[in-house]
Design a protein around this ligand. Structure first.
Ligand code: SF4
Length: 208
């Protein structure tokens, strides 16, 4: 069965539920769990197919107690499934307005969809956590191995646009993976200059 909704907390009342929308991504990060394991906290994460519907996500969501927050984050880039992401976020905002909605993204969405999708997500998404993963293009390419042109520039543009549109934005960097750590101080300054908060997080071998 497809794992569309999962928790990484060892409790029956998780504060955050995660939504797994796709196996695809426009990066191929060297630290990506997809390249190292098939599960997160024992949940099989590779989707058997991507033909599922909004109703399938809602059905799995309802099997958990109502969480404080929902995060779109799985074994792929959630913004590739933009329409489904919007539909489920709309369902949540309509039925559980108190739930905080975050999207963990590689920041390529506007390049992928060839338009600025941020206005479509206003009122649906509260926060974007965007993988900055580099203080320059070389550092970014080493860690993220992007499959689109000018990916680093696109990520920075996405962070700036999202901040200007009024979303809460956190630019993130993964540290400590096979001694491939970007220049943290420079990354922090770049994030702040783009209007975002900054978070460096250690690579976690067993899950997000
Ligand atoms: S952006 Fe996320 S899903 Fe995509 S390859 Fe990197 S870590 Fe994996």
């Amino acid at each position: 069965m497809n794992t569309l909704v999962y928790s990484i907390e060892q409790t029956e009342n998780p504060e955050t539920l995660y939504i797994n929308l796709t196996n695809s991504c426009t990066n191929n990060c060297i630290f990506c769990l997809r390249t190292q394991k098939d599960d997160v906290c024992g949940k099989e994460m590779w989707l058997e197919n991507e033909n599922f519907s909004l109703e399938d996500i809602i059905e799995q969501f309802k099997q958990f107690p109502t969480p404080k927050s929902v995060c779109f984050c799985g074994y792929g880039e959630p913004m590739l499934r933009l329409e489904l992401l919007k539909a489920f976020a709309k369902y949540l905002k309509g039925n559980y307005p108190e739930i905080f909605i975050r999207v963990n993204t590689n920041g390529h969405a506007n390049a992928i969809h060839k338009r600025n999708v941020l206005p479509e997500l206003k009122g649906l998404v509260d926060e974007f956590s965007v993988s900055l993963n580099g203080s320059d293009e070389n550092e970014y390419i080493k860690l993220s191995k992007p499959r689109i042109q000018n990916a680093y520039g696109e990520v920075k543009k996405f962070i700036k646009n999202a901040s200007e549109e009024g979303f809460s934005v956190v630019a993130t960097v993964v540290t400590g993976f096979i001694s491939n750590t970007p220049d943290i101080e420079k990354c922090k300054k770049i994030a702040e200059d783009l209007g975002a908060k900054f978070r460096a997080r250690d690579f976690i071998p067993n899950g997000y």
